[in-house]
Write a new protein. Structure first.
Length: 804
């Protein structure tokens, strides 16, 4: 294990020989880069050792394919997992730098939108920690998720330059270029034996360049990699246009190729349908499968043994083309017969579904597909043909099954249903929380469940305690280690032992003072970023996540309006002072979500500038939500808002992060909230709202749109939106008003009263600090099973056939 001197010497040497800088001239950013390069060398030593032992052990390999990896910062996480945190801290101090100043220089790697991408990041941490031979595969976007600023109350998007070209964590492998064909057409032909042998002709080539980011498991034994591909143009291809003298066309082709990895699509839970997006998905899949086949054929020449050596996990349908690309490689390149190829593919692939909402389900027009991937389209037709023939044979009396199961949507423009492709090509299909997995079977694809019930399973999401407790909440981590020993970091079930301390008032007071410490730190951050002073003794109520109608930030802000009207119109006083924190980004094209951001900001301005609310109520919208900001907000929160319309949030993961950091939840019967409530105890969770089944009934009858007329408290609150109180332009929030009163799919007003009562109970309870923090302790104590280590063990044993 390297000591302080070694880190110092290596850092100075990196400054000098890799960055060409003298210590005395180095900025904080330079020191960050030099320290990161120093740490990466230690990771690399373990990486080679890992490669060696995984090869000796002939470990089955897991490939995790995801269009998003929301990594955030890496320095502190790597230092902790390698066990170098104290030494690096001291090394920086001895060189005259403050550790916090240096770590704050690291830009977040925001290669994801929200929960789905952050899940992938937690999973690669857990796979390395559990010593699984695994790699993540994604795209090295030049621009990650946009940076958000708020100007005049509105979201403004700016490009996110996360220094992708010179990140100290990435190693480029320009010697391992991959050639990916795209476009062209099919010529029907036969091989010498007279077998059908279609030829994919006149494609152009995209070049894939792999970049490796190293993932250190806790304890530093296993270092796996996350491989991110960037796209480049092929020189040889350009030459042929160059030779025709068409210089400008050659250059524009080159730019078109490079554009493939230029930018992350910022629409979360909404499908974009853009050609470039389909190209990105194919690009990821094609590069990854070249790596998989290369690594496998290096070890074995029996391709039929592939499923014994390899497992592929598809994070949502975005990489579902892996199924088709695998068939193409096996049939066209390895010359396997169809049935053998299909058997290998199905046994290797597994699919995680992340959504129940129709607007998020991926489909692609056949015409677009044919233009980009003519051979893949042929293969999908063949898969569908054989699949439907099989269904027709097994259920001859159920002809209606065929249209509902088909990989093609025939109504309107003909489209490929990516979820159907993913289900048919996989041996397992999982949801991400118990409720979600049930709804997949009952509502989303009931006919698939009918024909293949054995495929469907659940793996409830989890989050890594290394980042979300140990790194984000160092005081809580120290407390846990003192109470439980250091083992909790990799065995989070140990948290259960805290239960017996719940009646120890000294322990409960300690939980309270840890929370206060974190709140004070957040207050400093808020003061420095937004210039607003907030009282750390107030209750901190946070809703931080993507802005989406289904997540119902609008319900939260309506309740804030209700409290505000109570103070200014009825002269009420809140039992306890409250700070409402909001943070999150809206997809740039999602008008309603952007209007909700504007409403929150206008309400915040009005409430905060009104002297009558002083010392009682304040509202803050924190700009540019991202992982590093989440790490500050979550440990400082008293109340976690998890208030999605029941049946819409597949799992949620911020609900887990909050609860394991001692926030109490106000939440609906949705996603993993249900399991969290069971785990921490119903008396330590504020449940409200309609169940998924009730929501369905209300939607069917339209009754939720009548509530405005029958409930005066609700009417007063909703009318305030168009009263000019929050913006002189009374028509500004009219679209929200109309949505709530006329056609609200997310049933905000239906749950309003129940939410208001639960909020009232929260405030009453918060005025009893001893009881409140006892509940907080019991939340922490109950959260052991929401470690992503538990989730990954479930995938490994039930889906991948990997023991750990
Ligand atoms: C955990 C996390 C999310 C997911 O939050 P949900 O409330 O589960 O949607 C999104 N963004 C960031 C930065 C996160 O850390």
């Amino acid at each position: 294990m390297p000591g302080v001197e070694e880190i110092k010497n290596n850092l100075i040497s990196k400054l000098r020989y890799s960055l060409c800088l003298d210590l005395k001239d180095a900025t904080h950013a330079d020191i960050f880069n030099a320290l990161a390069l120093t740490i990466r060398d230690f990771q690399l030593d373990s990486f080679f050792a890992t490669k060696h032992y995984q090869k000796e052990a002939k470990s089955k390999r897991l490939y995790y394919l995801s269009m998003e990896f929301l990594l955030g910062q890496s320095l502190r996480n790597n230092l902790m997992n390698l066990g170098l945190y104290p030494a690096a801290h001291q090394a920086l101090n001895e060189l005259g730098f403050d550790f916090e100043d240096i770590t704050a220089e690291e830009p977040d790697a925001a290669l994801g939108n929200g929960g789905l991408g952050r899940l992938a990041a937690c999973f690669i941490d857990s796979m390395a920690t559990l010593d699984i031979a695994a790699s993540g595969h994604g795209i090295k976007y030049e621009y990650g998720l946009f940076k958000q600023s708020i100007q005049h109350g509105r979201q403004v998007e700016q490009p996110d330059d996360w220094h992708s070209t010179h990140s100290p964590w990435l190693i480029d492998h320009h010697s391992q270029l991959m050639l990916i064909p795209i476009g062209g057409h099919i010529e029907e032909s036969e091989d010498i034996d007279g077998n059908y042998n279609p030829m994919w002709m006149d494609w152009r080539v995209i070049v894939g360049v792999p970049h490796d980011y190293f993932v250190t498991g806790y304890g530093g034994k296993t270092v796996n990699k996350l491989r991110l591909y960037s796209a480049a143009a092929s020189d040889s291809f350009d030459v042929h246009i160059f030779n025709r003298g068409d210089y400008l066309r050659a250059v524009s082709q080159k730019i078109a190729s490079e554009n493939i990895s230029k930018i992350l699509y910022p629409a979360d839970e909404i499908q974009s349908g853009k050609e470039l997006r389909l190209t990105q998905e194919y690009f990821l899949v094609a590069c990854t499968l070249r790596d998989i086949f290369q690594e496998f054929t290096d070890k074995s020449d029996d391709i039929t043994a592939l499923p014994d050596a390899v497992a592929i996990q598809l994070n949502d349908t975005h990489p579902a083309l892996a199924i088709v690309e695998m068939m193409r490689i096996l049939v066209d390149e390895h010359r396997l017969d169809w049935d053998a190829a299909w058997d290998i593919t199905q046994k290797t692939c597994a699919f995680t579904n992340h959504t129940l909402m129709p607007e998020a389900l991926e489909t692609w027009p056949v015409t677009l597909f044919e233009k980009l991937l003519p051979r893949h389209l042929q293969i999908i037709y063949e898969i569908n043909h054989r699949f439907l023939a099989d269904v027709a044979e097994k259920w001859p009396d159920r002809p209606e099954l065929l249209a509902s199961l088909s990989l093609f949507e025939e109504r309107g423009e003909k489209k490929i249903r990516m979820a159907h492709l993913a289900i048919v090509g996989s041996h397992k299909v999982n949801g991400v929380a118990k409720l979600h997995s049930e709804l997949i079977k009952q509502d989303l694809v009931p006919n698939f469940y009918f024909i293949s019930p054995e495929k469907f399973t659940n793996q409830t999401n989890g989050v890594t305690p290394r980042r979300w407790i140990q790194q984000a909440n160092t005081q809580l981590a120290t407390f846990l280690t003192r109470q439980l020993g250091a083992g909790w970091v990799t065995d989070l079930d140990k948290l259960q032992r805290l239960k017996k301390l719940a009646n120890d008032s000294g322990v409960v007071e300690e939980i309270q003072s840890i929370k206060l410490h974190n709140k004070q730190a957040l207050c400093r951050l808020i003061a420095s970023r937004q210039g607003i002073k907030v009282d750390p003794l107030a209750m901190f109520d946070s809703q931080v996540k993507r802005i989406h109608e289904y997540k119902r930030q609008l319900l939260n802000v309506l309740h804030v309006i209700h409290l505000y009207l109570g103070i200014v119109e009825s002269g009420n006083t809140l039992i306890q002072p409250k700070v409402h924190l909001f943070s999150g980004k809206a997809a740039p094209g999602y008008a309603m979500a952007k209007l909700i951001i504007q409403l929150i900001n206008e309400v915040a301005r009005t409430v905060n500038n009104d002297p009558r609310t002083k010392g009682q109520l304040s509202v803050l919208f924190l700009e540019d939500y991202k992982v590093s900001l989440a790490e500050h907000i979550i440990p400082a929160t008293d109340l976690s808002e998890q208030i999605s319309t029941a049946g819409t949030e597949a799992s949620g993961t911020s609900n887990m992060k909050f609860s394991m950091n001692g926030a109490l939840t106000i939440g609906t019967m949705d996603g993993a909230n249900i399991e969290i409530r069971d785990a921490v105890g119903a008396e330590n969770f504020y449940l409200f709202g309609a169940t998924a089944a009730e929501i369905n009934t209300h939607r069917a009858t339209g009754s939720h749109n009548q509530i405005y007329h029958s409930n005066p408290v609700i009417r007063e609150t909703v009318d305030a939106l168009v009263s000019g109180r929050f913006n002189l332009d009374k028509s500004l929030f009219q679209p929200i008003y109309r949505m709530l009163t006329e056609g609200d799919h997310y049933c905000h007003l239906l749950d309003f009263d129940s939410y208001r009562l639960a909020q009232h109970q929260v405030l009453t309870d918060f005025s009893q600090p001893q009881q409140w923090h006892q509940k907080a302790l019991l939340n922490i104590a109950g959260m052991g099973s929401f470690s992503s280590d538990r989730t990954i063990k479930g995938y490994a044993s039930e889906i991948w056939g990997i023991t750990c």
